[in-house]
Write a protein that binds this ligand. Structure first.
Ligand SMILES: *[C@@H]1O[C@H](CO)[C@@H](O)[C@H](O)[C@H]1NC(C)=O
Ligand SMILES: *[C@@H]1O[C@H](CO)[C@@H](O)[C@H](O)[C@H]1NC(C)=O
Ligand SMILES: *[C@@H]1O[C@H](CO)[C@@H](O)[C@H](O)[C@H]1NC(C)=O
Ligand SMILES: *[C@@H]1O[C@H](CO)[C@@H](O)[C@H](O)[C@H]1NC(C)=O
Length: 374
C-alpha cells in the first residue's frame, strides 16, 4: 500500500474490532454473519452493517470499547473506513457475476438466507466454493482499484504503473489509470486477514481448508491484476489520431468472470500432504499455479435439497427442453422430469426510428412455453 502495508496481525485485529463494532451498533435482533465479509455484498436493506460501518459515528463509538490498543485500532478503521463501501460493492459485483456464470447450472450461486451469504454449501471445500472465494476477492480488487482512480479513497490515487515497454514511443503514458496495484495489495490484506488469523494445526482439515481459501483468493486477485491492460485515447486535429494518451485499465468484469469460470473448469483436486501442504491427488497433472483454482472436497449433490450439505436442489428451476447442456431439462432436473407452463412474455417490438432522434417501440406480448423441474 502506498502508505505502507498494514501488518497482517493488525489487519486481522481490525476485522475483530470492526465486527465487534457492528454487533455493538446493531439492534439486538439483527443477525449478521460475523464470519464473512461477503455479507457486505448483500442488499442494503438486508445489510444495515453497511451503513453502520460507513457511518461517521463509528470512530467515536469505538472509544467505548475497553480493549487494549483500541485507540490505534479505531484510528486504523477510521483510516480505511472509506474503503468499506467499495468492499461491499466489490463483493456484490462478485456475487452477481457468479450468479451470471452459473445461471444455467444446478448450483447457481444463489444466496440463501440472511445469516450467511452463500449458506452451508460453503462449508464444503468444493470447486464451487473455490469459485466463490476467487470471484469475491476479484470483486474487491476491481472495486478498490477503480475507487482509487476516481479519487474516492484517501490513501490512493491514479495508477503509478510504469510505462509498458512495448508502447510506441510517440504515445503518451500517463492518463489516470485504475490503481490495480493498490487494489491487489489492499485486497490481500483485507480478504486474507480472516484466514491468516486462524491457527489450526498443520495437516488438520481446517488448516487445509485455510490453504485452499488463500490459494483461491489469490487466484481471484491475480485474474483482475493480470487482465488489466493498456487503454488509449486519440488526440490530434479532427480525429487524426496523431497523438495518443494511454493508461492502465481494468478489464470488463465479465471477462474476469469468464476467465475464472475457465479456471473453475480446470480446478485442481488437492489433499494435505505429509508436510501439511496441499498437494495434487493425481500427480499426472501439472501443479496448480497461483492463477489456478484448487479444491479439497468433492461437490455435494446439487440435485436434491439437503439441509446437511446446504444444497438447495433444482426443484422449481427453469430448464430448456431442447438443450442437451447443463441447462437442459434432462440434466437440470436430474431425471425427475419437468412441468410445462404457458406464460406471457412482454417485449419491445416493431421499433421505429423517428427523425430526430428517438426510437419508438410497441409492446408485444407472446405466449411462450416454460419448463420447470419437478
Ligand atoms: C431471515 O429473515 C426473515 C425475514 O426477515 C426471518 O423471518 C427469518 O427468521 C430470518 N432467518 C434467520 C435464520 O434468521
Ligand atoms: C444429505 O447429505 C448427506 C451428506 O452427503 C447425506 O449423508 C444425507 O443422506 C443427505 N440427506 C438427504 C435427506 O438426502
Ligand atoms: C437458483 O436456484 C435456487 C434453488 O433452486 C432458486 O430458488 C433460485 O431462484 C435460483 N436463482 C436464479 C437466479 O435462477
Ligand atoms: C434452448 O436451447 C436451445 C439449444 O441449445 C437454444 O437454441 C435455445 O435458444 C434455448 N432456449 C432458451 C429459451 O434459452
Amino acid at each position: 500500500m502506498e502508505n505502507g502495508p498494514v501488518p497482517r496481525s493488525r489487519a486481522g485485529a481490525v476485522r475483530h474490532v470492526l465486527l465487534a463494532a457492528v454487533f455493538l451498533a446493531c439492534s439486538s435482533q439483527l443477525l449478521v454473519d460475523a464470519n464473512s465479509w461477503w455479507s457486505l455484498g448483500l442488499n442494503p436493506i438486508q445489510r444495515p452493517e453497511m451503513y453502520i460501518i460507513g457511518a461517521q459515528p463509528l470512530c467515536s463509538q469505538l472509544s467505548g470499547l475497553s480493549q487494549v490498543r483500541t485507540k490505534v485500532l479505531s484510528q486504523l478503521i477510521c483510516l480505511y473506513q472509506d474503503h468499506m463501501t467499495y468492499i461491499g460493492d466489490g463483493a456484490k459485483t462478485g456475487i452477481k457475476e457468479c450468479q451470471y456464470q452459473f445461471r444455467q447450472r444446478r448450483w447457481n450461486c444463489s444466496t440463501v438466507d440472511n445469516t450467511s451469504v452463500f449458506g452451508r454449501v460453503m462449508h464444503i471445500g468444493s470447486r464451487e466454493t473455490a469459485f466463490t472465494y476467487a470471484i469475491s476477492a476479484a470483486g474487491v480488487v476491481n472495486a478498490i482499484s477503480r475507487a482509487c482512480r476516481e479519487g474516492e479513497l484517501s490513501t490512493c490515487g491514479c495508477s503509478r504503473a510504469v510505462r509498458p515497454r512495448e508502447l510506441p514511443r510517440d504515445w503518451l503514458w500517463g492518463g489516470c489509470g485504475d490503481n490495480v496495484h493498490y487494489g491487489y495489495r489492499f485486497a490481500r490484506e483485507f480478504v486474507d486477514a480472516r484466514e491468516r488469523e486462524k491457527n489450526y494445526p498443520r495437516g488438520s482439515r481446517e488448516h487445509s481448508r485455510t490453504l485452499m481459501n488463500l490459494h483461491n483468493n489469490e487466484a481471484g486477485r491475480q485474474a483482475v491484476y493480470n487482465l488489466a491492460g493498456v487503454s488509449c485515447k486519440c488526440h490530434g486535429v479532427s480525429g487524426s489520431c496523431s497523438l495518443k494518451t494511454c493508461w492502465l485499465q481494468l478489464a470488463d468484469f465479465r471477462r474476469v468472470g469468464e476467465f475464472l469460470k475457465e479456471k473453475y473448469d480446470s480446478a485442481a483436486a488437492m489433499r494435505v500432504g505429509r508436510k501439511g501442504k496441499l498437494e495434487l491427488i493425481d500427480k499426472r497433472f501439472n501443479n496448480p499455479t497461483p492463477e489456478d483454482m484448487v479444491y479439497i472436497d468433492p461437490s455435494p449433490d446439487y440435485c436434491l435439497r439437503n439441509e446437511t450439505t446446504g444444497s438447495l436442489g433444482t426443484q422449481g428451476r427453469l430448464c430448456n427442453k431442447t438443450s442437451e447442456g447443463m441447462d437442459g431439462c434432462e440434466l437440470m432436473c436430474c431425471g425427475r422430469g419437468y412441468d410445462q407452463f404457458k406464460t406471457y412474455k412482454h417485449e419491445r417490438c416493431h421499433c421505429k426510428f423517428h427523425w430526430c432522434c428517438y426510437v419508438k417501440c410497441k409492446r408485444c406480448t407472446t405466449l411462450v412455453d416454460q419448463f420447470v423441474c419437478k
